[in-house]
Design a protein around this ligand. Structure first.
Ligand code: SF4
Length: 447
């Protein structure tokens, strides 16, 4: 059976889609191009702009394939599926399955049933009280890239006033630590060298009963010492929940990469309060200081929302100040817009859209300047790049590879020697800083 998956949204969705693809392949299904499939799966996200419209237009495109083969059908998963639910069945009769982020565990079996001609409609939308263990479908995420993501939790209890996640992914459920460790060990045994632990808020892992009394710091330490693992990352971290032991771990384990995505959202205490983030600017900056002390080479990245209801020019200036004082390597920044169902919809005054757009531009200009400086100071330094594939920058005689340094920065390395370097660590000397990446030359034997 040929299937095609389209994924919108965050890393967790990407990982969910990859798991689903592997689970279907283990049943003998085959991933196909957009024009070739019989089963279309759309994994949706409701965080960004006009999420429903995006899904509807994707389903419109899929409907065109019914002319090629009337047995074509679709499944819709993720956050928009959780919100619209069975509504998809009425509007798009060829949608036979909807599943939420907890329901995904049952999706492969449901798809298998539907693919043999069952005309039922299946809705897997219930929130589970505990983390539902998924069937094992182990494989590195990107073919032979030797990198993998491992889910450690699902859902979120924080109810930030702008965020739909607690409603679409349900309350926080930690995965049993033994299952996490078993999966990590099995991945490393299968050749994986880099693992990213994933969750909506990894720092609160274990604060619900699913974690069996194991904290995130404990879990991190146990994964960090798995024999054969070279690099360990984790995302996403809520600043209010990061424990001193997690910060200290950056200085204690070479396997833990010197990079952390620590969403700030705003540098203004009053905006942070309206956002219900439950930390202050000073608290956030104290965490950053502690991280830099534990690991002076740590690269910090963040998320920022500009034009949140009530944000004044002075509040916005606070955000710029924090950006400068932290020196983020990069950031994802967005203009606030109302999302139905979240508390911020009812907050006033709304910031004029043009003012918000102008603030966003100023913020992104500042970020570009900081990024440039962060990369520039690396010229002449030595590091190693974990090669993920061929670089887009090819210039004739040499082969250029794209890798990442321990902090996750893209490093393009040219070499005139043959052979496949994907999955290898290549020692490099940084020769040039580009706008968003580095160029390096090989200065040692890959391992
Ligand atoms: S911590 Fe806040 S922003 Fe992050 S998923 Fe939970 S509610 Fe959303």
């Amino acid at each position: 059976m040929k299937f095609h998956i389209t994924t919108f949204g965050c890393q967790m969705n990407v990982h969910d889609s990859q798991w689903l693809a592997r689970a279907l392949e283990s049943r003998g299904w085959e991933e196909a191009g957009e024009d070739d499939a019989l089963v279309y799966i759309v994994n949706t996200c409701s965080v960004r702009d006009k999420p429903e419209q995006k899904v509807y237009s994707e389903l419109g495109r899929i409907a065109a394939h019914l002319k090629r083969d009337p047995s074509v059908f679709a499944a819709v998963g993720g956050c928009v599926a959780q919100q619209i639910g069975k509504g998809f069945f009425q509007r798009f009769p060829f949608v036979k399955l909807v599943f939420g982020s907890d329901g995904i565990a049952g999706a492969p079996n449901a798809l298998e049933r539907l693919a043999v001609g069952s005309d039922e409609r299946v809705a897997l939308l219930d929130f589970m009280p505990v983390y539902e263990e998924r069937e094992h479908a182990l494989a590195p995420v990107a073919g032979h890239s030797r990198q993998a993501f491992v889910n450690i939790m699902q859902g979120c209890d924080n109810f930030c006033s702008y965020c739909i996640v607690p409603y679409t992914r349900g309350r926080q459920k930690s995965r049993h630590p033994d299952a996490v460790l078993d999966e990590c060990r099995a991945l490393v045994e299968s050749g994986v060298r880099e693992i990213t632990l994933l969750g909506q808020n990894v720092n609160s892992f274990g604060m619900d009963k699913g974690g069996a009394g194991v904290s995130f710091a404990d879990l991190l330490r146990q994964v960090a010492v798995i024999d054969g693992l070279d690099r360990l990352r984790f995302t996403t971290s809520h600043p209010k929940d990061i424990a001193p032991e997690v910060i200290a771990a950056f200085g204690e384990f070479d396997t833990i990469c010197p990079s952390l995505h620590l969403p700030l959202q705003s540098g203004s205490d009053s905006v942070l309060k309206s956002m219900r983030r439950r930390y202050t600017r000073d608290h956030y900056l104290a965490i950053v200081d502690a991280l830099k002390q534990a690991r002076p080479d740590i690269a910090l990245t963040t998320d920022l929302i500009v034009g949140f209801p009530g944000e004044t020019e002075a509040d916005f200036q606070d955000t710029l100040d924090v950006m400068e004082s932290v020196g983020y390597e990069s950031s994802f920044s967005f203009k606030y817009s109302d999302r139905p169902g979240v508390a911020a919809v009812n907050m006033e005054p709304k910031v004029d859209s043009e003012i918000a757009a102008e603030r966003l531009m100023r913020l992104q200009t500042l970020q570009n300047n900081i990024t440039r400086k962060c990369l520039k100071i690396l010229e002449g330094s030595s590091t190693h790049a974990f090669i993920e594939g061929l670089s887009r920058m090819q210039d004739g005689g040499t082969t250029s590879w794209k890798g990442r340094d321990p902090a996750g920065r893209i490093v393009n390395v040219a070499t005139d020697e043959g052979g496949d370097l994907v999955g290898m660590m290549v020692p490099v000397r940084i020769t040039e800083a580009k706008k968003h990446s580095l160029v390096g030359e090989r200065n040692g034997e890959p391992w």
